[in-house]
Design a binder for this molecule. Sequence first.
Ligand code: ADP
Ligand code: ASP
Ligand code: MG
Length: 408
Amino acid sequence: MALIVQKYGGTSVGTVERIEAVADKVAGARARGDDVVVVVSAMSGETNRLLELANAINDTPVPRELDVLLSTGEQVTIALLSMALEKRQCPARSYTGAQVHILTDSAHNKARIMDIDAERVQNDLRAGRVVVVAGFQGIDENGNITTLGRGGSDTTAVAMAAALKADECQIYTDVDGVYTTDPRVVSNARRLDRITFEEMLEMASLGSKVLQIRSVEFAGKYNVPLRVLSSFEEGKGTLITFEDENMEQPLISGIAFNRDEAKLTVRGVPDQPGIAHKILGPIAEANIEVDMIVQNVGADDTTDFTFTVHRNDCSKGLEILKSIGKNLGAGEVNSDNKIVKISLVGVGMRSHAGIASNMFKALAKEGVNIQMISTSEIKVSVVIDEKYLELSVRALHDAFGLEEATSV
Ligand code: ADP
Ligand code: ASP
Ligand code: MG
């Protein structure tokens, strides 16, 4: 008998019919003798609907109250799923995050899980019940409701699995595994049987929202066997694994992209020590996270300084640059939020040169201009105009032969 944590995302519980179908799957696992804890998201579109309601009152709603509002989406689905299970003679109990003591820090809207008290859940499991837990939410030490950031139910599930020492954490979603790239953009993308934690972490942090990055971090840290599967069809899905020295590593495992970035530029800054700090210091103080940074030195001893931030922070960043630009004696300051970042990810890159140049060649062939480049051990990222996103991802997917098994 195994202990399984199953997580069902928004589309998987998007209608009453879908919730009934999930109940069939859960009751089936239970009938096979497994102990099951289920974590659910809100019905698809619900979290966005609640956000719009809040924004209709205030563009920047009070973070604490926003969490009280957003957490209600998941409270609906836990209750409905438990009712559907009871209807199937499968004893079940639903709990909000607070009720099972998912203790988080107090960073509203992006809280981190610090501890889970597994006892209540274990008691229910011992009594033969399925436990249905609301994803995406917790409670801080002062009793305030918190939420974990978009996609946070993945992290609830993995944290639950870690706390309960579950045999597997299964993430059921609307695709049947992790693909070489988003299958909605590249129709011949290939499902991966397995992907390493390290690569999945890169894919998630570079924009593949199939798993929230914190869930992958958590699974790696606490050794939770993690699998992504479809809630609509049977299949093995994708297992996230530790790197196996003996396993043949493909050069490139996947292509990730991020549509949420914007680019800020300060031109004609005097090329002197301390300039990067003078520009990025105030940006950091305003709590704006910086991703890529590029500095070009011109012939006239001035530099152009460009960096990327989240699109939501673009106008705030631009205001800051305008105010410090004057003191720096800089030239023009501008922003561009019509950009995207595309990244190639693969642990096989470590031992192979030439990936970046092949990437640039494939983009050049399509006439796509590269605005920024950054590389690390297992990834190469470029920033390009957003209108070339689909074209570029498809061209790269073809150029690196990702639709067929790639081997070194
Ligand atoms: P859920 O609501 O179940 O949490 P999400 O929408 O958060 O589902 O994540 C699943 C989606 O992730 C898929 O529908 C797919 O469009 C997208 N996705 C992006 N990159 C990938 C990838 N490499 N492999 C699979 N799906 C991906
Ligand atoms: N409902 C939340 C969201 O839409 C959390 C989740 O689905 O994982 O982001
Ligand atoms: Mg998700």
